[in-house]
Design a protein around this ligand. Structure first.
Ligand SMILES: [Zn+2]
Length: 104
């Protein structure tokens, strides 16, 4: 069965997602913003990064989120960016492989 998010909180540390398997993972805000894979951040055909990392404020936070069906979350960032969709699978892959994401 696919693991889905049960709860999303914006904490002092980042975006905290509680998964349906009981794990809770915290994704630091700026880290998560830089993972955005939308068409204005990543060139669709080539996968080339279009996002200028230096343009993302160090104190960026997520201000709102919208569930996208049962497979993803969409975040509204404090820099006004809101087109990024973060599939659960991608978030779980990051949580497993990237030490920046802290899970318990
Ligand atoms: Zn984007």
């Amino acid at each position: 069965m696919a693991i889905v998010s049960k709860d999303v909180q914006f904490t002092g540390e980042g975006v905290q997602i509680q998964w349906s398997d009981g794990r809770t993972c915290t994704f630091p805000y700026r880290y998560l913003r830089l993972q955005c894979a939308c068409a204005s951040c990543i060139e669709e055909m080539t996968g080339r990064k279009l996002l200028n990392v230096a343009s993302v404020p160090s104190d960026i936070i997520a201000v709102e989120y919208i569930p996208v069906g049962k497979y993803a979350l969409q975040f509204l960032w404090s820099d006004g960016h809101e087109t990024g969709i973060y599939p659960f699978q991608m978030l779980q892959r990051l949580a497993e492989h990237d030490p920046a994401v802290v899970c318990s």
